[in-house]
Design a binder for this molecule. Structure first.
Ligand SMILES: Nc1nc2c(ncn2[C@@H]2O[C@H](COP(=O)(O)OP(=O)(O)O)[C@@H](O)[C@H]2O)c(=O)[nH]1
Ligand SMILES: [Mg+2]
Length: 331
């Protein structure tokens, strides 16, 4: 027998699945119980709601319900990238397909409640990807914006399998504006914001147009580009077949303004497996510091190899290194 629950019920259900605290959940569950009509078709739904209310009440007796969460994910690897977007666009699938982490992936929306962190290998370095709960017009976990503010790069994931692809951008855009996060390159007019930005956080946000493998994807990508290519860099991707990943990774590498230098011990071969990742403009002593504090403290000189140098040329601490250079420290 169909339950015929009112639309308001589903709205609450969505909020419930994205909610962070027991207090919040309890309130939502009670409201859902209140508005769920009583008849044969809703018996199971109502029983389930009552069980969940009881469970939270029992738990609350044991431990104080947390007031609101915040998450800080310590940076690892060459850069931290946060994936955000509306429900069901494939954020979790991207992390599941391309990293070692296994966030829950599901055709049912609202399956992600916690940040899930995975490392994406690109050549011999790694980027840190963070999966987040969905952003909707009605609700977003406030801590998602903490992750955004801390990130080196933000991917606004949309789905090319959906006709709502433009709305998927709009919703996230307006939520970022509400959170006073300015998107780099996107003009924030006062009509977007309820008040002028005092100290805006400016973030680079790229559109990752996922589900490129969908039969309607090419047409939708064209529409997306027509509307948003001026404001965003757009990267088509398929989380299921990997199409577009290589181009995206190369772009990330360039965007992060990083370089790799390699090290060798005197008389030994170069270690190409484990580069030192530095920001463009870094010096020999920055490389030594990144390697080990002893190398920096006891630094006498280094020899360097690379297209900008004579083979094995001695360099001093303040010389600027280039991508692909090889360093041999003498301490
Ligand atoms: N065909 C196809 N399906 C995808 C792709 N990415 C995600 N999906 C599917 O879309 C659904 C929602 O994915 P999920 O990662 O859970 O979405 P999220 O809510 O944004 O985290 C799942 O059934 C995925 O398997 C893709 O690139 N191609
Ligand atoms: Mg998810």
């Amino acid at each position: 027998m169909p339950a015929n629950l009112p639309p308001e019920y589903y709205k609450l259900k969505h909020q419930l699945e994205a909610s962070g605290t027991d207090d919040e959940r309890l309130q939502l569950l009670e409201e859902m119980l209140r508005i769920a009509p009583k008849h044969k078709g809703t018996e199971k739904v109502r029983a389930d709601l009552r069980t969940r209310v009881a469970k939270i009440r029992k738990g609350a007796g044991k431990k104080q319900a947390k007031k609101g969460r915040s998450y800080h994910v310590p940076k690892q690897g060459a850069g931290q990238i946060v994936l955000i977007g509306t429900p069901n666009v494939g954020k979790s699938q991207i992390v599941a397909s391309f990293t070692n982490a296994k966030p829950p992936v599901s055709p049912t929306p609202y399956t992600t409640h916690e940040p899930v962190v995975g490392m994406l290998s690109y050549e011999n370095i790694q980027f840190q990807l963070i999966d987040t709960p969905p952003i909707t017009a009605d609700f977003v976990q406030p801590w998602v914006f903490d992750l955004v503010r801390n990130a080196d790069l933000v991917m606004l994931v949309v789905s090319l399998a959906s006709d709502e692809v433009l709305d998927q951008v709009d919703i996230v855009k307006s939520k970022l504006t509400e959170a006073k996060i300015q998107i780099a390159g996107v003009e924030c007019t006062s009509a977007d914001a309820d008040e002028p930005f005092s100290a805006p956080f400016t973030k680079t946000v790229w559109i990752t147009a996922n589900q490129m493998d969908d039969p309607g994807a090419v047409d939708r990508l064209e529409i997306l580009q027509e509307f948003y290519a001026d404001e965003f860099q757009i990267y088509p991707l398929s989380a299921t077949n990997g199409q577009g990943l290589d181009r995206l990774q190369k772009a990330v590498y360039t965007q992060l303004e990083i370089l790799r230098v390699y090290t060798k011990s005197p008389g030994k071969p170069v270690d190409y497996e484990d580069p030192i990742v530095l920001l463009i403009g870094s010096t020999v002593i920055d490389a030594a510091t990144a390697l080990h504090k002893d190398f920096a403290e006891n630094f006498k000189f280094a020899r360097i190899w690379g297209p900008n140098w004579h083979d094995g040329q001695p360099v001093s601490r303040d010389d600027v290194v280039h991508d692909g250079d090889i360093l041999e420290f003498h301490v």
